[in-house]
Design a protein around this ligand. Structure first.
Ligand code: SAM
Length: 176
């Protein structure tokens, strides 16, 4: 996947939501850059990851490519502590499959999303994991997890084939 694929996967969930976003598990920032591209001038991203060296890479790269986006990188475990909102949206790309209870992470994070704000998830469309993707969340299972997290209006918004676990999809849900 390249930057165009990343942008294409999340575009429908991000456009029109508002400028301030929380990202869980930003890593080296593939989707952080896509988010910055879509938010445009005035975008603000608070990117959380427990891997400080991965966050250092996106902290160096993002201002070069999207100088009008404000990035705040926070080293933390998103199961324990989260930056407080309000946010217009929250993105979790390829990060929820590391937790055994994704609904509880989404529920806590969604508390910091404004009413009517968006929650965008990118995941492998599989229910059986492996050592690299231990707990994938299939597109079929995501609506129940979102409902358990108190979210509504789930829609699949993108999909790309993947040689690894078949496909990657994206979905958006709304904070009531
Ligand atoms: C597969 S990488 C995905 C990175 C990026 N979102 C992407 O799609 O390219 C997963 C990231 O989630 C982070 N992560 C996993 N569990 C986490 C947790 N409990 N708290 C914070 N970060 C976590 C990892 O450190 C890693 O950077």
């Amino acid at each position: 996947m390249d930057h165009r694929d990343h942008v294409g996967l999340i575009r429908a969930g991000v456009v029109g939501a508002g400028p301030r976003w929380l990202e869980l598990g930003a890593g080296e920032g593939a989707f952080t850059l896509a988010l910055a591209d879509l938010l445009g001038a005035g975008g603000e991203i608070v990117a959380v990851d427990r891997n400080a060296s991965a966050l250092r890479r996106v902290t160096a790269e993002l201002p070069r490519r999207f100088p009008t986006t404000r990035l705040d990188a926070v080293v933390a475990d998103f199961r324990d502590e989260l930056p407080t909102g309000p946010f217009d949206g929250m993105l979790a790309a390829n990060s929820l499959h590391f937790v055994t209870d994704p609904a509880s992470v989404l529920r806590r994070a969604a508390e910091f999303v404004r009413p009517g704000g968006r929650v965008v998830v990118v995941e492998y469309d599989a229910d059986r994991g492996n050592p690299w993707v231990p707990h994938p969340i299939s597109a079929h299972r995501f609506p129940a997890i979102a409902a358990d997290a108190g979210l509504q209006n789930v829609q699949e918004i993108g999909r790309v084939p993947s040689r690894f676990l078949g496909a990657i999809y994206s979905a958006v849900a709304e904070r009531p």
